[in-house]
Design a protein around this ligand. Sequence first.
Ligand code: SF4
Length: 351
Amino acid sequence: MLREETRSVQVGNLTIGGNNHVVIQSMCNTKTKNVEATIKQINALEQAGCELVRVAVFDKEDAYAIKEIKKGIHIPLVADIHFDYKLALAAIEAGVDGLRLNPGNIGDEKKVRYLADVLKERKIPIRIGVNTGSLEKDLKNLNPADALVESAKRHIKILENAGFFDIIVSLKSSDVRTSVAAARRFSKEFDYPLHLGVTEAGTFERGIIKNTAGLSPLLLDGIGDTIRISLTADPVEEVIAGRMLLKSLGLNDDSEVIACPTCARTEIPLFELATKVEKMLAGTKGLKVAVMGCVVNGVGEGEKADFGIAGGKEKSVIFEKGKITKTIDNSLIFDEINALIAKYKAQNEKI
Ligand code: SF4
């Protein structure tokens, strides 16, 4: 898929923008000063496929905690800081890999220039994150998408005037159309990498639908270098949803389960089976596994899969590349799928 050409920005060992893959990120909901809990959550996020993580820094204690957190994690860490440039300096001192900070909120050109110099020296980028909820008062009479872009422009200008260009930008709204319009407008004018997300999207199902509606049109147009699926849920769910979205759009090579929607012909407990196979495939790449409810249509409908199962009353059939290879007792379904995952993984590793 063609991607909009953006400049590359380094965040720790991760490159965002340019021709790089779309990076999945999330944010901790632990107290940052609770080092143990934060490390635990970041490692769980990494395990789920998170590549970049953000923590909120409210005070010096949070900023100092970054030093200890960094010792226990493997993915780049971004500190989310509002207003206080001294907190930014403390986070940098503690070894943070990136800042999320709007320079317009610092309010003093000299301080911004000083911060920019320190960041340049340490090769640390800034994400400018504008949000419809915190726009400058004088922009509130513009249409919301224009207001987001205009606000981002102001923050960018401040950094560019300080000679700083390692910038990533996000323009977020809880309204899908506004988020999409703002990102489209921005990407026509700037080549800074874009972080996409629909903010305050809501609880699990609604949040996933809203984010998918907001992110898909952009990602399909090649816009967006990093994403967060904001959910009012465990952040690990954000990462899983992000991976599934990228997979659905052909933007990663995660394995996937194709499962039929079930109907009166369904012979096996398909929901349970498909969910379990999905878990079995977690962390594998490039496999397509079909889990179908009946033999009548299942094999044909699942022919694009590497392999699959089509359920029967007591016995089910296993098929590979659309051809039936075996009939097995239903009690052996998971053993058989496990063996096939191992076989195909080994084949893929040889290629
Ligand atoms: Fe129904 Fe069989 Fe199609 Fe599943 S594969 S939806 S059970 S006909």
